[in-house]
Design a protein around this ligand. Structure first.
Ligand code: PMP
Length: 407
């Protein structure tokens, strides 16, 4: 039997009945050879693929897993709610409890509505901004990911020019380009959309400069447009009350998803009082948006993150990983750049435009027991402790040796 024989067989079957074998960003064809497509189980910070290989997971389902896979408190809360009901003819009591918890947790939030995916949340923010201002133009940073809908998808295949007619781009952290985009929108500016930090695929991550964040707030205030913060990737990992609270910048609307329910399907929009009326006026819904089980999961997730100060724990473990990777690269004489917040690390090799070193590092580290990503930001969870970080660093050692060997 080949080491990945079950995965290989499943991929062959998938190719027959699933377009392209798999849609979107979880397609393992985008990863170095040897990465499995299919998984059997997950527990804490460990992931087991269908062929039985267990690795320490640094993607965390690409963000949702913030406490660790199958966290006991979250799974107990979902089991209790599941025994009562999930998809009913309206939400459970848990909807009100969760909305209250969100408004209590997030200083910028006066209200909260729930959906399923990050794209639902960013799209609703855009609609609410347009409803509240009676205007059309939305500013977004060039290269920032805000979802897979026609208005924001990174691919233009199947997308019409009309879908993008009212989107104007600026460059992240570039105040002059932001001002220029505001000018171009003129009196038709509905909203300015911005990710909590710059986390574009395959390039160094960038924190927002305080001057850039302040200018966004000023321009939104001057024009009456909504400042929309996309917290889908960052939410509940960097800070519980919002990623820009520490800078003193409060958005008018925020989009949340991923980590909110530790892997259960849920997204949210929170907003300031000024947009409550607009949020009440739009028609937004989905068959599964009021399901009670994911809301119970979210309540338990937020409570646990608060109880253990999850962001601080992930920060400490991210710093431990970062220091260990820096030391490992140095031992092998390899130049690397690590960027972004330690809870969401990215490591790129110097002079590695084609990601050959990054791919070699990841492929070898995977075989040695750690699942890293060569060009997308990774994610820590609260289940990563010092022992697991050190174990992953031993796998990284094998990765560095492989990266050094490719010359
Ligand atoms: N915004 C950001 C910043 C994201 O990272 C993502 C997902 N990667 C989305 C929006 C879209 O979320 P979803 O895939 O759940 O629709």
């Amino acid at each position: 039997d080949l080491p990945n024989s079950i995965d290989t067989a499943l991929r062959r079957r998938a190719a027959q009945v699933i377009p392209g074998g798999l849609w979107g960003h979880l397609d393992a064809a985008r990863l170095p050879a040897g990465y499995p497509q299919f998984f059997r189980s997950a527990e804490g910070c460990r992931l087991t693929d269908v062929d039985g290989h267990t690795v320490i997971d640094f993607m965390c389902s690409w963000g949702p897993i913030v406490l660790g896979h199958r966290h006991p408190a979250v799974e107990a809360a979902t089991a209790r709610q599941a025994a009562l009901g999930d998809a009913m003819n309206g939400p459970g009591e848990v909807l009100v409890e969760l909305a209250e918890a969100m408004v209590a947790l997030i200083p910028a939030a006066a209200w909260c509505l729930f959906e399923k995916n990050g794209t639902d949340a960013t799209t609703a923010c855009v609609t609410i901004a347009r409803a509240g201002t009676g205007r059309r133009k939305i500013l977004a940073a060039r290269g920032s990911y805000h979802g897979a809908a026609p208005w924001c998808s990174p691919s233009l295949v199947g997308v019409t020019a009309e879908d993008r007619a009212h989107i104007i781009h600026y460059d992240y952290n570039d105040i002059a380009s932001l001002e220029n985009a505001v000018d171009r929108a003129g009196g038709d500016l509905a909203g300015i959309l911005v990710a909590a930090f710059r986390h574009d695929l395959g390039r160094d991550q960038e924190m927002p400069t305080p001057a850039f964040a302040r200018r966004l707030r000023e321009l939104a205030d001057q024009t009456g447009a909504a400042l929309i913060l996309d917290e889908v990737r960052t939410g509940f990992r960097l800070a519980l009350g919002g990623s820009w609270e520490a800078m003193g910048i409060r958005p008018d609307l925020s989009a949340w998803s991923k980590a909110i329910a530790n892997g259960h399907a849920l997204a949210a929009v929170t907003g300031a009082e000024r947009f409550r009326e607009a949020a009440s006026s739009i028609f937004t819904t989905g068959s599964f948006w009021c399901a009670a089980v994911p809301m119970a999961a979210a309540l338990a997730t937020l409570a646990e993150l608060r109880r253990i100060d999850g962001p601080a724990r992930m920060l400490a473990m991210g710093e431990r990983l970062r220091a260990g990777l820096a030391a490992g690269a140095a031992r092998h004489g390899l130049g690397i750049r690590q960027s972004g917040p330690p809870q969401m690390p990215l490591m790129l090799f110097e002079g590695d435009a084609d990601f050959a070193r990054g791919n070699a590092f990841c492929a070898a580290a995977l075989r040695a027991g750690a699942y890293f990503h060569p060009k997308h930001n990774m994610f820590l969870s609260c289940a990563h402790g010092p022992a697991e970080i050190d174990e992953a660093l031993r796998a990284a050692e094998t990765g560095f040796a492989a990266a050094a060997a490719i010359g």
